[in-house]
Ligand binder design. Structure first.
Ligand code: AMP
Length: 429
């Protein structure tokens, strides 16, 4: 499915192309047709699924197509046609940025209002007029009561992150806002969870027969796949990979590399160890990619090495193992990678190599998936002292090193760089 097939208009297609969105995400694929048809929507999904674009794109398109306004030659002051209410300032800002990005070539104006800052700059923009307003509940009610905001022309209303809204104690504010909306409107309601209270609230907002979309959060992939991380030196990664492949030679394995050259290098490393592998990445011809994929699917090669982009479109069922030779710097990429195994509730394993420089990436990933990934102690590949100490280590000649009892056989001993004449008391081994 493409955005064109979803009947997105050219000015929006152009901006999506610039954003690098090649394919709609599942929530976009399902929600956009419902919303373009004018129906209300009940969406069970959370941030990270592409939810913002799923509601922003059709709202922009509906306003662009169905409003009498000629957006390129505006004659009158814009009136608020779309309102998106979201619980936090950060989300509001993100949604505003997305609307600006996706609507870049439509001429549709948006602004964002939230509390905790002076209202002057916000009211100035409101007085010039906007088509879409993104707001947190408190500031919205404030500015409505001061007469800066009129919702009488409103046609599209989104309540975003409804469950968080309730958790944060915004229910009364939300009720007050709903009471002031015109009855004739298209309403969208999003929540990551659907408790009885949430369903009750959704009924107050949505019309009789809303379209329904439920998207499993990406995180559930992380719960389904058995994950492990190996702390390893960059230079020991080849040995570790060969070792793991020799342990379980039968497992069909997809190895991810951040770069194309890295992918080729991995194929060579495996080849030297007598393990047949093939790479797919952007520098390979279509024919070479098909061949690699074909031999992998038939089991002729048990290892496929891929970059993230090349792996996106491939369908390999029954994949037993994903190995992250490099950790991705974008945490969502990790979830996409490991999602290649353990599909359709099948069990899969995802092993990640993490060197010292990649530790921050691992932290970001663990935050996203809300899990600590178990660490495997593989003694063969323990990190060097340099990594353990977290600082550069220099070799200190024997005459400086004390006490003598600890010396290595070759008469040399390792100390951290800041070691001074054996007095610093720094870590030694
Ligand atoms: P959201 O769930 O709206 O917070 O979106 C999560 C991330 O996915 C954001 O960084 C979006 O820019 C990105 N995104 C949304 N839709 C697409 C798409 N169709 N293709 C690629 N990235 C997307």
């Amino acid at each position: 499915m493409t955005f064109k097939e979803l009947e997105i208009i050219d000015p929006i297609l152009r901006s999506l192309k610039e954003k690098g969105y090649t394919q709609p995400t599942p929530i976009q694929e399902q929600s956009i047709p419902i919303l373009l048809s004018g129906k209300d929507l009940l969406g069970c999904a959370q941030t990270g699924t592409g939810k913002t674009a799923a509601f922003s794109i059709p709202i922009l398109q509906n306003i662009y197509l169905h409003s009498a306004e000629n957006f390129s030659k505006r004659r009158s002051k814009p009136r608020i046609k779309g309102l998106i209410v979201t619980p936090t300032r950060e989300l509001a800002i993100q949604i505003g940025e997305s609307l600006t990005d996706y609507g870049r070539y439509t001429g549709i104006r948006n602004t964002v209002i939230f509390g905790g800052v002076k209202q002057g700059p916000q009211t100035q923009i409101l007085q010039r007029g906007v088509d879409i307003l993104v707001a947190t509940p408190g500031r919205l009610l404030d500015l409505m009561s001061q007469g800066f905001i009129s919702l009488s022309n409103l046609e599209y209303f989104v309540l975003d992150e409804a469950d968080r809204m309730l958790d944060m104690g915004f229910i009364h504010d939300v009720r007050k806002i709903i009471a002031q909306l015109p009855a004739k409107r298209q309403s969208l309601f999003f929540s990551a969870t659907m408790s009885a209270e949430i369903v009750k609230l959704s009924r107050k907002i949505l019309g009789g027969n809303p379209g329904k979309v439920t998207i499993q959060p990406e995180q559930s992939t992380a719960e389904r796949v058995a994950q492990q991380v190996y702390f390893v030196d960059k230079k020991s990664k080849p040995k570790l990979l060969v070792h793991l492949m020799e342990q379980n030679p039968e497992d069909s394995t997809l190895v991810f590399s951040r770069t194309k050259h890295g992918a080729d290098r991995i194929v060579k490393i495996l080849g030297k160890a007598g393990i047949k592998a093939m790479a797919i990445h952007g520098n390979k011809s279509q024919g070479a990619r098909q061949k690699a994929l074909g031999t992998f699917k038939t089991g002729e090669t048990s290892v496929l090495v891929a970059t993230d982009i090349a792996a996106r479109g491939i369908d390999v069922s029954g994949l037993e193992r994903v190995i992250n030779y490099d950790l991705p710097n974008i945490p969502e990429t990790y979830v996409h990678r490991i999602g290649r195994t353990g599909r359709a509730n099948a069990e899969g394993t995802a092993l990640s190599f993490c060197d010292m420089e990649e530790k921050p990436y691992l932290n970001d990933i663990q935050k996203l998936i809300r899990q600590q990934i178990p660490v495997v102690q593989e003694h063969l590949f323990l990190p060097t002292m340099e990594n353990l100490l977290g600082k550069e280590v220099v070799e200190v000649p024997e005459r400086v090193g004390k006490p003598a009892g600890n010396r290595k056989k070759n008469g040399r001993k390792y100390y951290p760089k800041n070691h001074r004449n054996g007095k610093s008391g720094g870590s030694r081994s």
